[in-house]
Every structure is written in C-alpha cells, then in structure tokens.
Design a binder for this molecule. Sequence first.
Ligand code: PHE
Length: 445
Amino acid sequence: MTKVRDSFHSRIGFVLAAAGSAIGLGNIWGFPTQAANNGGGAFLFVYLLVTVLLALPALYAEIYLGNQAQKNPVSALGDACSNFSEGLGRKAGIIGLSGAIMMLSFYTIVAGWMLAHALSAITEIIGMTETSQWLSTSSTERNIIFTPIFILLGAAIIHQGVNAGIERWSARLMPVLLIMLIGLIVYILQQPGAEKGLEVYLIPDFTQVTDPKLIVSAMGQAFFSLSIGVGGMMVYGSYMQKNKDMGKLVLSITALDTGIAFLAGLLIIPALFVAQEAGLEVFSNNQLIGEGQLIFHILPELFNSMGTIGLVVATGFFLLLSIAALTSTISSTEVPVAYMVEDKGLSRQKATWIVSAIVLCSSGLLIAFFDVLFGAFIRVLTTIMQPLSCLFYFIVVGWLWKRGNKLRDQSLQEGRKWLPIWGNYLRYVCPILLSVVFINVAILN
Ligand code: PHE
C-alpha cells in the first residue's frame, strides 16, 4: 500500500506557511539594516524592482517545480531533469539541501540571540538585573545554551508533521507577528525624531539607485527574504495540491513578505532617528555604526531610555523576531527531513532528530570558529548558492523540462493568454538578468 503524503489542508494554510518561511530575520533585521546603510528610499525602490523582476519569478519556478513533482526537492529536481540527466537534478537538489543546513547553522545562532534578548527584557522587568545583563551580552556560553533551545523549538514543530505542525503553527504565529509589528510601529512613530526617519525611508534619492553595489545587495536580500534557492519553498509547493492558480498564491506570498519588510523598515528606520534625537550615536559617515549594533545596542538603549514601558516594548520586539525566525527555521528543516522520509525510508520523528543533530553540530562549529566561519557561511549562501540554484530552476523550467516548457504545453494554458509570455520571460529574460547581476557580484567580491 502506498502511504498518503502529508499535505497542507488549505490554500490559505499553504500561503501562511510559505509566508512564514519567507518572513524572518531577513525582513525584520536584514532589510531595515540594508536600507539604512544604502540610502533608505533608494534601497527600498531597487529592492521592490528586483523583487518583481527576478525574485518573484524565481519563487514561482521553485514552487512550481515542487508542486508538479509532489516530491521532496531532491526527487523533484531529479524528475524534472530526467530527460536530460536525473543524476544532475538530484545533485542540484542535494546542493540545495546543504544550503538549507548552512542556512540553519547560522540562522539558529542569531535566532538564539533574539530569544536571549527577549528573556533579558523579561528578567529586567522582574528585577533580575544580573541575569538580564548576562542575557543581553554576547558570549559563547549564551550561544551554547540558546542555539540548541532554538533548534529544539523548530524540531518540536516539524516533528508534528505538515498539517498538524507546520500549517497549524504558521497560522497561529503569523497573525501574532503582524499585530506586534503594527503595535510597535504605532508606538515608535509617536516619538520625537520619527518624522525625519520616515522622510529618509520613504523619499528615495534617485542618484543612488544605479549603484551596482546597491543592486547586488538588494538582490541578495530579496532572494534571502523570499527563502528562494534552498528547496524550502519547493518542498512546501509539493505539499499543496496541484494547482492551476499558482500565480495568485505566489503573488500573495511575495506581497506578504515584501509588505512585512516594508513595515519593519517603517519601524526601525524611524526608531534609529528617535534614538539619535535622544542623543545616541547612530550613524557615522552615513553608515550605521556596526550592523549588529542596530538591533542589539541601539534599539535596546532606546527601549531603556523609555523606562518600564520600554522593557515591555523590548520584550515584544524580540519575541516578534523569535517568532519570525521560528517559522523560517521550520521550512529549511523540512527540506532534509522530507528527503530522509521519502527517499531513505526513515520515520518523520527519526529524520527530525537526525537533521536537528546535524544542524546542532554545524552551528556548534560556527560558534567555535565564529570569526572565520559565521560571515563566510552567510556570504557563500546568499551570494553564490541561492542565485546559482535560482539560475538552475530557471533553466530547468524554461529549457530542460521533460516535455518542453510545461508552462506552454500544459492544460494550465487554457484561457490564459499571458502564460506563454510568462513562460518566455522565465526562459529568456530571467536567466540573462540573473547572470548579469551574478557576474557583478563576482566582480564586486
Ligand atoms: N526568508 C527567511 C528570512 O527572511 C530566511 C530563509 C532563507 C528561510 C532561506 C528559509 C530559507 O529571514
């Protein structure tokens, strides 16, 4: 008897889970930091452009590949390339899977910091000043405690399966995240100095938009933010019934992800100027003083200056980041778990623990050799592996697909005149555009 594959039970469940994967530290920390460092409005403008022209089509291609195959990313890519070389497709799937493990190795460390900072604010409220101090100061011991806690939280959800775990928890956590974010924005915008921040963020300086460094940063940010190129979106796509209306779903996911990044900018950039107004040093030469400082020093100092209410705001803010990180962690974890369950015949429970153990070891390695490995992992993943995987998806969907370009010859086409145009866009324009930016990355590095 063939086992029925676990799946999402509704379209909205799928959208929330995929948006949960997309919305994470990349949106709430990465995007505002990059925007603040790259001229505010100019970055926002280029980011939106790159998202529409390149990241959205890549997300479509990734989800589409998984959805057609109804299999984990390794088998899905193997199937998709079977008329050319199944082995090549499977290898690309394994590379994506390693990307997911790489992502988890640094992401769970940073997510651990968020949890520690949330607890730091709570312990401060109840008067445990020393503990609070320890929790807010970075140290190897803190990493050794909080990274495994975060990995375990993710494992506990994955363990429960696609519908009972991923879908249910995404549907619970995502609205909480949105409410917290809006609450924080309303609060910050009422503080003195916020207006100047709004101006910098919303009015682009068009002399900056052609800067190649800015374009490359925006692309890396957009790919990371939409979780493209490590198989997480592919595996979620495979848990959705084969669907003719995928375009709408992909649009909704992109809109949610971009909307939250935009809102996070609306919170953090004004907050920086509020901090500046309060006498804190935030920028030097138009650059933020230390990227990490943005949320771990500047914002906490700002929260501190607000008295007790500031501690409540701080708790909310860091819990928000922890929740966002959790729903992103589970999508990456699901990639190797689905592969082990479907291709290696392991039980979901066993696969979850094995993957968690692997992630624990690799993040342990990063903690031990933090200065050398941490930044390098992030750079390799976002500037090399993710764009290359996307290029591969475009080539598979546009060129290698077994029966020619499925987007053109499938039943999908009925009554949809724009599909051939979309097919050609994926086939010709996207790979060229991506290669141009990619070559720029190579030159800039
Ligand atoms: N998109 C997530 C974020 O913005 C990160 C992520 C990358 C999640 C790759 C899954 C896969 O934080």
